[in-house]
Design a protein around this ligand. Structure first.
Ligand code: PMP
Length: 327
């Protein structure tokens, strides 16, 4: 679907996947006006297909567009585009277990010019690709590298938007994490470099309490510079449904280290569309390394993971009205 200043959205088309031809002076190549979403379609037990919370993705896409001075795609148009592609590609939606059809809606400037200003022409596209189970060999905890040198996003910046530039800014720290033998980066706030924000492509949750006692679950509050994950928002509801005390708050690196050392922190996990939920097993930083609790996937982590995936794959009742049925 195209957008042109003075004309609005026009020319919706469903076409076979193919390369695009880009002008060397395309504004996106120079000034990075590009935003995207990540979402999934799941095969349901009766063979039908459903997407998970597409209106939430559509709304986050609109808020990303506002931050990047791009036009807002109406929620209904976003959802209709997803529906049209999934319907066309229905044979590509896998049917086994945690497999899905991954969907990547994105928008970028198509205007040609080198002046620094919001573009007057954009293209919105959705592509799809079948995705296997994230953990084909069973859930395995990830190791994380605390990024103290670089920050992903700062107050007033684009951290709360799903903008390409945020990921460009994060690649050097991801490479450092790999050099340190870690799977993922954990980002801290830009001002004090002490508050936990999120992981490279997932939000974080901390579980406190005694092994057989009541659990308290906390996720970093929306600081303005972390991405408001749809999985994160869904888990606030699911955790409450399962009877856990769950809240949003501020967690510092020192709190994490301390609670881990005194045994009050029992689990840490990350959540996002790609993995649903993944346990965090160990932490590495320039100052200290530690194993999270016993380093194994925790009971609350696995319970929440099951509950979320059961809703998405149609094995549990959709009590929040999150599943968008495509028939
Ligand atoms: N944070 C970042 C930086 C991400 O890229 C993602 C993936 N979209 C998330 C968090 C998790 O968001 P969601 O649950 O909507 O996939």
């Amino acid at each position: 679907i195209r957008w042109t200043e003075g004309r609005g959205w026009h020319d919706a088309q469903l076409v076979p996947y193919a390369p695009l031809s880009i002008d060397p002076a395309n504004m996106t190549l120079h000034y990075a006006q590009t935003i995207f979403e990540g979402m999934k379609a799941y095969r349901q037990p009766d063979g039908t297909i459903a997407t998970f919370r597409p209106t939430a993705n559509a709304e986050r896409f609109q808020s990303s567009a506002r931050r990047l001075a791009m036009p807002e795609l109406p929620v209904e148009t976003f959802v209709a585009a997803i529906d049209a592609l999934v319907t066309q590609d229905r044979a590509w939606v896998p049917s086994a277990g945690e497999q899905s059809l991954y969907l990547r809606p994105f928008m970028f400037a198509t205007e040609v010019g080198l002046g620094v200003r919001p573009a007057n022409e954009y293209l919105f596209i959705v592509i799809a690709s079948p995705a296997g189970a994230y953990f084909p060999g069973g859930v395995k905890p990830v190791s994380v590298w605390l990024s103290e040198e670089y920050v992903r996003a700062a107050p007033g910046g684009t951290g709360a938007a799903k903008a390409g530039g945020n990921y460009a800014a994060s690649l050097v720290a991801q490479a450092q994490a790999a050099e340190q033998g870690c799977d993922q980066v954990v980002w801290l706030d830009a001002i004090e470099r002490r508050w936990i924000e999120e992981m490279g492509g997932m939000n974080l949750y901390f579980v406190y309490g005694q092994k057989d006692g009541k659990r308290r679950i906390v996720t970093p509050e929306l600081s303005g510079s972390l991405l408001p994950g749809i999985t994160r928002a869904s888990l606030l509801k699911i955790a409450a449904d399962l009877g856990y005390e769950v809240s949003e708050g501020r967690i510092s690196v020192d709190d994490w280290k301390q609670a881990n050392a005194d045994g009050t922190l029992t689990e840490v996990f990350a959540c996002g569309t790609a993995a649903a939920i993944t346990p965090v097993g160990s932490v590495k930083s320039t100052r200290a390394d530690w194993t999270v609790a016993d380093g194994q996937p925790g009971e609350v982590t696995m319970k929440l993971r099951r509950a979320l995936l059961d809703i998405q794959t149609g094995r549990a009742a959709d009590t929040h009205g999150w599943m968008h049925q495509l028939g």
